[in-house]
Design a protein around this ligand. Structure first.
Ligand code: BTN
Length: 314
């Protein structure tokens, strides 16, 4: 019912609709209408109510609306105004939520990055979302999901903004050498089979500035392009691409076209890199992204190693 009322108001933007009209249209009491309006307002919809006139919905530009995103993607989408972390939210609700459900939030109070870091998630400035997946793959194969997400985000960024997007293995997207997006993939399961995977993606879309130590390392699409970027368009493109690549992978069990994207867009291939693993620091040359999406490095000794995790700095 709530969705029907929302759709009605959307089709009547710019005008007031009285509670009585809605009551007749949907055959429910005016109290019920009032309660649905209250819920919609709590969900962040801007609804003005004026006595004797009724209700009017105003949609701000680039507002993320669950019903609209669901229509574009054909998937269950939830949009929060504020949340601790979309990854945490999916983890708490994994048992009850359908496969391939997506949760976005306008802001995160405790956005998390890799290696216990935090992820700045200021209201309305970026895209902060997580996807719940239940593929039939092993724990080892689940590593590829990060590569699939990185490829999808990098391509979507470039297609929507025209800015060149590179992938810093394994999970950062860079524009002009600075980070615009990060991916946090969390897996629940046993070595031979997984329960679920949560892929969390943060993109600095319209962030106006960065301060402190982030200033030199992070940027936003707005800062690089010099104009605002549509979060809606970017999200839909990135999510659609992700699911196309992901379904290809679950079907074929190989990265397919994603491998080429990881190679061509790599920000580390052919470069001297420093590999950080816990306390250990090693220097080598990034020589290959393997068919599995791993990074092969060659050390000065000539010895080669294939990395499946860790952090690399260029
Ligand atoms: C990183 O670069 O370290 C990963 C950053 C991942 C941030 C996203 S924002 C949406 C999702 N929810 C979180 O708490 N983190 C991820």
């Amino acid at each position: 019912m709530k969705e029907k009322i929302l759709e009605y108001l959307l089709n009547h933007q710019g005008e007031f609709t009285s509670g009585e009209v809605l009551r007749r249209e949907f055959g429910v009491s005016r109290t019920a209408i009032w309660k649905h309006m209250k819920t919609l307002k709590e969900e962040g919809y801007q609804i003005t109510s004026v006595p004797n006139k009724g209700y009017q919905l105003t949609i701000e530009e680039d507002r993320l609306l669950a019903y609209e995103l669901e229509k574009s993607l054909g998937k269950k989408v939830e949009v929060h105004q504020s949340i601790d972390s979309t990854n945490n939210h999916l983890k708490r609700n994994a048992r009850d939520y359908p496969d391939e459900m997506i949760v976005l939030s306008e802001e995160q109070k405790k956005g998390r990055g890799r290696l216990g870091r935090s992820w700045d998630s200021p209201k309305g400035a970026g895209l902060f979302f997580s996807m719940l997946l239940r593929p039939r793959i092993t724990m080892e194969e689940s590593f590829k999901i990060t590569g699939i997400a990185a490829a999808a985000v990098a391509e979507a960024i470039e297609e929507v903004t025209g800015l060149p997007a590179r992938i810093k293995w394994p999970n950062d997207i860079l524009v002009q050498g600075k980070k615009v997006s990060g991916i946090l993939t969390e897996v629940s399961g046993e070595p031979d089979g997984i329960n679920y995977i949560i892929v969390g993606i943060g993109i600095n879309v319209n962030t106006p500035n960065f301060t402190g130590e982030l200033k030199d390392r992070a940027t936003s699409l707005y800062l690089e392009k010099g104009e605002k970027v549509s979060r809606k368009e970017l999200f839909v493109r990135a999510a659609n691409k992700f699911f196309r690549f992901y379904h290809g992978f679950t079907r074929e069990k190989t990265l397919g076209e994603v491998h080429g994207i990881l190679e061509n867009r790599s920000a580390v291939l052919g470069k001297e890199v420093i590999i950080l693993r816990g306390e250990e620091k090693k220097q080598g040359k990034a020589v290959e992204i393997t068919k599995e999406g791993f990074l092969k490095v060659r050390y000065e000794s000539g010895e080669e190693e294939v990395l499946s995790s860790g952090e690399v700095s260029v």
